[in-house]
Design a binder for this molecule. Sequence first.
Ligand SMILES: Nc1ncnc2c1ncn2[C@@H]1O[C@H](COP(=O)(O)OP(=O)(O)OP(=O)(O)O)[C@@H](O)[C@H]1O
Length: 233
Amino acid sequence: MTSASAPLLQLSGISHTYTGGRRRTTVLRGIDHTFERGTFTAVVGPSGSGKTTLLGLASGLERPTAGAVRFRGRDIGELGLGRYRSKHAATIFQQYNLLTYLTAAQNVTCAMEITGSRPETGNRRARALHLLETLGLDRETATRNVLQLSGGQQQRVAIARALACDVDLLFADEPTGNLDEATAEGITEALRRLAHDQGTCVVAVTHSPRLAAAADRVLTLRRGRLTEQAAAR
Ligand SMILES: Nc1ncnc2c1ncn2[C@@H]1O[C@H](COP(=O)(O)OP(=O)(O)OP(=O)(O)O)[C@@H](O)[C@H]1O
């Protein structure tokens, strides 16, 4: 059973080591952190410091070598990583991970079906088209196969897909990395609103100082340790 009074997401003593042949790379060392609903957190740090690894563990893609990831007090391994990912946590990957045989709008509605998300008004397709439009993709673009879209457009489809799912946690890996400045601003604002207006816990890994400046909390990952710095605002 999960508990409503427990923190939404808790990382307890997380360490992670990659093993390949004789090589062992310890990336994370004893990380403790609590993420609450309605907060927008940026995770920054040098390239190779383990930000994507941390996101992968928190989003249930992988299990940590040591420690536990708890969702509302319950170890996500116990809850079931598949169930956690499909019901509670959406992820925007660096590689987008779109379904390449579907259109942009179908990618969004398909994710809504999987998570059981229902729009307050209208149907799923209308909601998908609206979301894509707010991210700058018109109807013609939204009804094209995703392979016929640019990298930046595919990224926005991945973001719309995550925004459409009514989940507690949204993890994003470099959500503004491949976008022009104006679009990046729009995405940052959409993530901020998702946290503040809808109560979603948003965690974004980024190299962008602008995205970090918009976050409520900024965590720095360096040499396997996580530290919190005062938010820019
Ligand atoms: N599957 C893997 N097997 C072995 N080593 C890995 C694996 N994935 C990542 N690493 C190593 O773990 C370290 C952390 O990688 P990670 O991708 O988490 O860093 P990052 O901070 O997200 O980097 P960037 O900012 O460049 O995206 C790196 O040294 C990387 O080479």
